[in-house]
Write a protein that binds this ligand. Structure first.
Ligand code: ADP
Ligand code: MG
Length: 266
């Protein structure tokens, strides 16, 4: 049981950004992916989720043995994949509550329109309100979010930290088997970082999630301790190791990896 990325090449607007990424994230394990700005980390996360602008030119992505290529994002979500975006999108006029209700209903199969007896009847395709409300309240407690927050329009005027909490709240409701967290630590102050990290750890344990944590900094990894660490440079993974890699990076920066790569080519 794993999220398996095989020799993935991805082009964006005609330019090759991912140049052969291979990575296996087993169910229940935590992987950190660290790399400089512009190296293609977010491109990888969008490509995994099936964003239409990201063209897979070679390779494959398998979820528990089934290829995701050709599946639109909503189908990948139903298959058990989740992405917490680096830059969550604001949607005016849709409250966080309504959005979560719709997304949770769709991912858990309530949104299935194939049943002709109920097709077109909105409520027949939504998770029952009372059940949803109870669950969402439990998750608000876990992430220490004020319930008032649910009434606000999705990500509109949210602070950086509030957007990240809303993303993890969404993860809690969608209950994925594999999750990609793209710089979830950015914008979080020290207290929020601890609360969000503890929430992620609880969910990861309870749901046995395979986690791919994209980050620049060691600090979140002190809370969510990765089993495996990968260094990502120029569209590919160039080094894989244990937590020690994080400490070397923190001390020496990415220049160290670049030097070593150049050295290795001589
Ligand atoms: P990272 O997340 O590692 O900072 P990104 O994946 O965001 O890097 O970006 C990698 C490269 O791909 C950058 O050079 C960026 O300009 C380019 N890129 C990403 N998305 C797009 C896009 N939608 N259109 C054009 N270029 C893009
Ligand atoms: Mg990024």
């Amino acid at each position: 049981m794993a999220l398996e990325i095989r020799n993935l090449h991805v082009a964006v607007e005609g330019e090759d950004i991912l140049k052969g990424v291979s990575l296996v994230v087993e169910r229940g394990t935590k992987h950190a992916l660290m790399g400089p700005n512009g190296s293609g980390k977010s491109t990888l996360s969008y490509s995994l989720m099936g964003h239409p602008n990201y063209l897979v030119t070679e390779g494959d992505i398998l979820l528990d043995g089934t290829s995701l290529l050709g599946m639109p994002p909503d189908e990948r979500a139903r298959a058990g994949l989740f992405l917490a975006m680096q830059y969550p999108v604001a949607v005016s006029g849709v409250s966080l509550y309504s959005f979560l209700h719709a997304a949770t209903s769709a991912v858990r199969g309530y949104g299935d329109q194939s049943d002709t007896a109920t097709r077109g009847r909105f409520n027949a395709h939504m998770m029952p309100m009372r059940e949803f409300r109870k669950e969402v309240n439990d998750e608000l407690d876990l992430l220490k979010i004020d319930p008032i927050f649910l009434r606000r329009y999705l990500n509109e005027g949210f602070s950086g930290g509030e957007k990240k909490r809303a993303e993890i709240l969404q993860m809690a409701m969608l209950q994925p088997r594999y999750a990609i967290l793209d710089e979830t630590d950015s914008g979080l102050d020290i207290d929020a970082l601890r609360i969000v990290s503890e929430g992620v750890n609880t969910l990861q344990r309870e749901l046995n999630i395979g986690l791919l944590l994209i980050t620049h900094y060691q600090r979140i990894l002190n809370y969510i301790h990765p089993d495996v660490v990968h260094i990502f440079v120029d569209g590919r993974i160039v080094k894989t190791g244990d937590f020690e890699l994080v400490e070397i990076l923190e001390e020496q920066g990415y220049e160290w990896v670049r030097q070593e790569l150049v050295g290795g080519q001589k």
